[in-house]
Design a protein around this ligand. Structure first.
Ligand SMILES: [Zn+2]
Length: 181
């Protein structure tokens, strides 16, 4: 092997070495850039997703009873339902229904003096619905009071004036709501 060839091979080898190291240098110098880039990505808190609650709805029975009531009561309790599950117990009450209520002592008024006795009914009886017992818990006074608060707030927001039977002093009637005269 002559001197020139050896020199040539050394030169090629050096070139290759420089090329490889050069590539490495590039990779190393890119690294901080990548880190900077990653640092610039803001930490995003994983968004809290509220577990989906089953939507409240009125049964066909509740809807039918509510439809005997004044349109303001229909609007009001459809809004209330969105926030708190409830069930409609009574709307319009005819003479025989009112007589029965009076005889049982469930109403102090005789037909046609109850606000339930006009059509459409100026009064509606509504109870908070307890999903766990699939019905009305008459003894859960805390929930009844929360429910009353929700109805009063929404009624105010909707500019509908209502009186709650739960606020009466002589004959407390928690399911009862009537339009103010
Ligand atoms: Zn009533």
């Amino acid at each position: 092997m002559n001197q020139k060839l050896i020199t040539g091979l050394i030169a090629i080898g050096a070139g290759l070495l420089f090329f490889v190291l050069g590539e490495d240098d590039k990779k190393i110098s890119d690294k901080p850039e990548l880190e900077k880039e990653l640092e610039s990505i803001p930490d995003i808190e994983p968004e809290y997703v509220e577990p989906e609650q089953p939507k409240n709805f009125f049964t066909a029975r509740s809807q039918a009873i509510l439809s005997t009531c004044h349109p303001d009561l229909v609007l009001l309790f459809n809004e209330v339902l969105k926030e708190m599950d409830c069930t409609i117990i009574e709307g319009y009450r005819n003479k025989s229904n009112q007589d029965e209520m009076f005889e049982k002592g469930n109403s102090q008024l005789q037909f046609p003096n109850s606000r339930h006795n006009v059509s459409p009914s100026q009064a509606v009886d509504v109870a908070p619905y307890n999903k766990e017992i699939h019905g009305i818990d008459w003894n859960d006074t805390a929930t009844w009071d929360i429910f009353a608060g929700v109805v009063k707030r929404i009624a105010t927001e909707m500019n509908i004036s209502v009186t709650w039977g739960g606020d009466w002093q002589t004959f407390i009637d928690k399911p009862h709501w009537e339009l103010k005269e």
